[in-house]
Design a binder for this molecule. Structure first.
Ligand code: 3H9
Length: 712
């Protein structure tokens, strides 16, 4: 009698080919091992195990995926009574009597690789990719990965504990390995050209009757290596919770036999799956995948192919953007009339790629190809046939309008004209052209070739094709494309202005730049607001302030005074802090503290000595959340998750807090609302609770909360 029954529409199928049963996962798009899929595969395994005509079993996936792992939706939804998981599959294979071969075409990730590791052999196509990325979800592998991968790699690479290190690094980084390195490491037994399943069937038939269980391999992990590993990952409360647990689980592979090792691994997995950092990471995983889903856009609009691009402005931003296109294999021309700027731009491109070659990140050939993909030109005629032009000139409406008028005349009809403005009105820029429907904001973050965020700003006349093309382009450029409405500062900077406003008001009330930056860093940001201002340039913020809409509450003069003193930040060696030549470490500056005290006096503010880190964090974060809520209400941001993605990839918000809006939910959005109502009375009229904040407070959260029950 079988334990499981085949569900009516099974997300797995089985067929016998001359004594070999081929079990194929058929759960599009990535063959995630949902309860239903695991149940169907288990049914197939049990059927095959009891069928005397079957001598060996091949497990494979469909649609170019082996499996994307356990169904991440299930972590939020919680357990289903009697629901099967990848753990049941791994256990069934472990106790099975037949020979198992995994035929891997495409990604085998997380539970997908764990399923393959439970098999006796693994064959991969050239497209195979194997990895245990659970750490990126604040988890550890929970279906034997921490026990099998180290055993396998230590056995295949015994010299100097090299295999143990490989396994540890692979699980701590969460980055998958391509087929070739995976074969080199010993994860794949064979690399197959052509039909990997057909080859696996032959292989399985030849190996039928043999067992090669990784669980029986022995491993020794030296204690100093464990101690070293703990020392290399972030502290538990700074995003390192799962990393430390992963090292603990892996240690069990050395200290305990397999049976006890997987029990420990699963105990840790269950603890992590309901932990806040993991729930935050899962939230961000799905928020990222929501980005492209834009309500109201016709599904049948096809993006235009961008075959040739151009960038106006050979400054750091312009050349950075050009390199993003070159990296994606799209030829790009950079136009600038200033020959010195062009020379600097060329040097920037050449130096950046040379540095990547030096660091071993790029081959000489690839670097050459990319350098050649970027050409520098001096006149608009040379970019007339571009499909897309991105303007990256000085942040001034007058200058931008001039550039757009010229582009409109010079560049072919139908081409998209984009602005890299970080704040300005896209509609006004578009008004300088005869094709406002083809004008869009593409706001890259500096350094453009490194930062992953791209705000796609929709003007009131931007047409659907331009939007769809821009969102598809973001994917092609390997950026997180977030759609924003057209408001001063869009999503990211609009929220930033309120955050910086509050930090600066705290200065006037009694805090110091160092105190504020340290408090924000202890929350988990890589740098505080004042080190960030110094990095971005106080002159940049000053110019933005000139174009900002006027507000009816007090405006801090501190950064204006620094600007007047020529203290622009890191580039001038001083700003809110001072910097030793060639160094980036901010140092306290008493002159700045004197200026701040003068400002407090001028404003009639009695400086307080009781400002705590908690007050600093709350005021800065609540400012972010309140503006985030305002932007939702104004229709500038589509979803709270989009704002979280913006702050994660554009501003260094700590992933383990899940983004400002998610974090608000975790600490209780009603608490934030009540506090803001209170601050409106005590701190001033700049604290106005946004209507969407009030709504969320009444409802209990911005977004539905995940189930926090145990995982079976
Ligand atoms: C795990 O395995 C735990 C075990 O150790 C233990 C268990 C006991 N589940 O990214 P894409 C969806 S933890 C559910 O745009 P790509 C995704 O949401 C898991 N759904 O495509 C999207 O849906 P929609 C460890 C998943 O080609 C669609 O698939 N595994 C899952 O650029 C397409 O996704 C991982 O962490 C999933 N596991 O990249 C792998 N994976 O269309 C996470 C994807 O409705 N996944 N979806 O928006 C990935 O890294 C990438 O999605 C992958 C495909 C490389 C697979």
């Amino acid at each position: 009698m079988l334990e499981t029954e085949a569900p009516p529409k099974a997300p797995a199928r089985g067929e016998t080919r001359d004594g070999v049963r081929v079990i194929t996962l058929t759960n599009p798009p990535v063959n995630a091992l949902s309860f239903a899929t695991a149940g169907a595969v288990l049914h197939e395994i049990e059927t095959a195990e009891t069928d005397d005509a079957v001598r060996a079993i091949v497990i494979t996936g469909s649609n170019g995926f082996f499996s994307g792992g356990a169904d991440i939706n299930a972590f939020a939804a919680g357990p289903v009574p009697g629901g099967k998981t990848v753990r049941d599959l791994v256990a069934a294979i472990e106790k099975g009597a037949k020979t198992y071969v995994a035929a891997i075409d495409g990604p085998a990730l997380g539970g997908g690789l764990e399923l393959a590791l439970a098999c006796d052999y693994r064959l991969g196509s050239a497209n195979a990719k194997v990895g245990l990325p659970e750490i990126l979800l604040g988890l550890i592998p929970g279906a034997g990965g921490t026990q099998r991968l180290p055993r396998l790699l230590a056995t295949k690479n015994p010299m100097n504990f090299g295999g143990v290190q490989m396994a540890l690094q692979m699980m701590l980084e969460g980055k998958p390995k391509d087929a070739k390195p995976a074969k080199g490491m010993g994860i794949l037994d064979e690399l197959v050209e052509g039909d990997v399943v057909a080859h696996a069937v032959e292989f399985a038939r030849a190996k039928a009757g043999t067992k090669n269980r990784i669980s029986e391999m022995k491993i020794k992990i030296p204690p100093p290596m464990v101690a070293l590993a703990h020392g290399m990952v972030p502290p538990e409360d700074k995003g390192g919770f799962a990393a430390h647990k992963l090292i603990d689980a892996m240690e069990a592979a050395s200290d305990l036999d397999y049976k006890h090792g997987i029990a420990r691994e699963f105990r840790i997995f269950k603890e992590l799956v309901t932990s806040l950092p993991s729930q935050s990471a899962v939230h961000l995983f799905f928020a990222e995948r929501e980005l492209g889903k834009i309500p109201g856009l016709a599904q049948d609009t096809k993006p235009k192919t961008i075959e040739k691009a151009a960038v106006v402005g050979a400054g750091t931003m312009g050349t950075g953007i050009a390199m993003v296109f070159a990296n994606a294999g799209i030829p790009v021309s950079v136009i600038d009339v200033n020959p010195e700027q062009v020379e600097r731009g060329k040097k920037n491109v050449a130096d950046t790629y040379a540095a990547q070659v030096k660091k071993g990140r790029l081959t000489e050939d690839k670097a050459k190809e990319r350098v050649e993909n970027v050409s520098f030109v001096g006149a608009y005629d040379a970019i007339a046939d571009s499909d897309l032009v991105i303007e990256a000139v000085f942040e001034s409406m007058a200058v931008k309008k001039e550039v757009f008028a010229a582009l409109d005349k010079a560049v072919k009809k139908g081409a998209i004209l984009a602005s890299n403005t970080s704040t300005l009105d896209i509609d006004e820029i578009a008004s300088a052209t005869t094709r406002p429907e083809k004008v869009v904001g593409l706001h890259f973050f500096a350094p453009a070739n490194i930062m992953q965020l791209l705000e796609v700003v929709r003007g009131s006349k931007t047409d659907v094709e331009t939007l769809v093309t821009s969102m598809a382009l973001a994917k092609k450029l390997k950026k997180k494309g977030v759609l924003s409405g057209n408001a001063f500062g869009f999503i990211g900077n609009r929220m930033l202005f309120d955050y910086v406003r509050e930090a600066t008001f705290l200065l006037e009330e009694g805090a110091t730049p160092m105190q504020i930056d340290n408090a924000i860093k202890s929350f988990g940001f890589p740098m505080g607001p004042f080190a960030m201002s110094d990095l971005s340039g106080i002159d940049v913020f000053y110019k933005i302030a000139q174009e900002a809409p006027k507000v009816d509450y007090r405006q801090s003069e501190i950064s204006h005074r620094l600007y007047e003193l020529g203290r622009y930040g890191q580039k001038t060696g001083s700003g809110f802090f001072t910097y030793e030549p060639g160094k980036r470490e901010p140092k306290r500056d008493e002159d700045v503290e004197r200026i701040i005290a003068e400002e407090s006096k001028r404003l009639g503010i009695t400086r307080r000595t009781d400002i705590t880190d908690e007050e600093i964090v709350n005021r800065c974060m609540f400012a972010l959340v309140n503006q985030g809520a305002q932007l939702l209400g104004d229709g500038i941001a589509l979803r709270p998750g989009d704002e979280d993605v913006v702050w994660l990839f554009g501003y260094g918000f700590p992933w383990y807090h899940g983004g400002p809006m998610w974090w608000a939910d975790t600490i209780g959005v009603k608490n934030i609302y009540d506090q803001i109502v209170e601050w409106q009375k005590t701190l001033g009229k700049h604290w106005v609770p946004a209507p969407k904040l009030k709504e969320a407070a009444e409802r209990g959260s911005f977004a539905p909360r995940p189930n926090t029950g145990a995982f079976n």
